[in-house]
Design a protein around this ligand. Structure first.
Ligand SMILES: [Zn+2]
Length: 273
């Protein structure tokens, strides 16, 4: 059984309307997608918010699909410039909600410049503090910001415990080795299956992460894994088996073993009991 540790399920809904979709619409639109995921062997999904309204949606989805979807609340670095103090108050309150098992998505994105870097750092630090305060792990996005990420995590690790997952890992082993030392888990998405040269080092990293810290995810609706890449533009939680099977072959372990261990790791990190 697979566990998808990162799926933006609300992005599969029609969010073009200014009003947020109601529970009936959400249930109607997501039921077939989640049913298909179950049929493909998915036993659980973490749905992280990227701002206040999607954090609220993530909780609604978790509520509608109990014991299958869990929520994370946070403000993504690329949404952070839009974040207000009121939004943060709401996120802080939502953080203690029983369906919320993690804080995020947060982190640093030096690839996009939607939010000035100093603001991204400030918001990331707030999420770290909140994670410690409510004792729930962080879900961390890091794009082209490895050195600054390592510096912040190092500083945090010195002052106390910091747990979480580096999601859709695209970093070199020398960097990831340090993140593991700080206590982080590492999750791989469909990008590990990409065969173009600029992605190949991700495979080396994926081979070396110790099994007991390894997680997998779809990053739905992004990062469609091979061989679906190019044939569809939307990645679904049911596609997790493609990434999981690829990773198992890469690491030379039986597919059911990789599925079992990564699912157990997810249950441990997110305290799913
Ligand atoms: Zn994400």
């Amino acid at each position: 059984m697979w566990f998808d540790t990162h799926a933006h399920l609300y992005l599969l809904l029609d969010l073009a309307e200014s009003a947020l979709p109601d529970r009936v619409t959400i249930e109607r639109e997501l039921s077939p997608i989640l049913q298909k995921a179950k049929e493909e062997g998915v036993r659980g999904i973490i749905c992280p918010g990227i701002d206040r309204s999607t954090s609220e949606l993530a909780i609604t989805i978790a509520d509608l699909f109990p014991s299958f979807v869990w929520a994370a609340v946070g403000i993504h670095p690329n949404s952070a410039s839009q974040g207000t103090e009121e939004d943060w108050d709401v996120i802080t309150q939502l953080a203690t909600h029983p369906k919320v098992v993690a804080i995020g998505e947060t982190g640093l994105d030096w690839f996009r410049n939607y939010t000035p870097r100093d603001q991204q750092v400030t918001w990331f630090r707030r999420h770290i503090e909140l994670s410690r305060h409510v004792n729930k792990p962080l879900i961390v996005h890091c794009r082209d910001a490895e050195d600054d990420m390592t510096a912040i995590l190092h500083e945090v690790a010195v002052s106390g415990k910091c747990i979480g997952v580096m999601h859709a890992c695209a970093a070199r082993w020398e960097t990831v080795e340090q993140w593991l030392d700080f206590g982080m888990f590492v999750s791989f998405a469909g990008s590990v299956t990409f065969s173009n040269k600029k992605h190949l080092f991700v495979r080396e990293t994926a081979c070396r992460v110790p099994l007991e810290r390894l997680l997998i995810e779809t990053d739905c609706p992004f990062l469609v894994p091979e061989p679906l890449r190019g044939r569809t533009s939307v990645c679904l939680p049911s596609n997790i088996a493609l990434t999981g099977t690829f990773l198992a072959k890469l690491r030379n372990v039986p597919v059911p073993d990789l599925a079992q261990v990564t699912s157990a790791n997810a249950a441990t990190l997110f305290q799913l009991g």
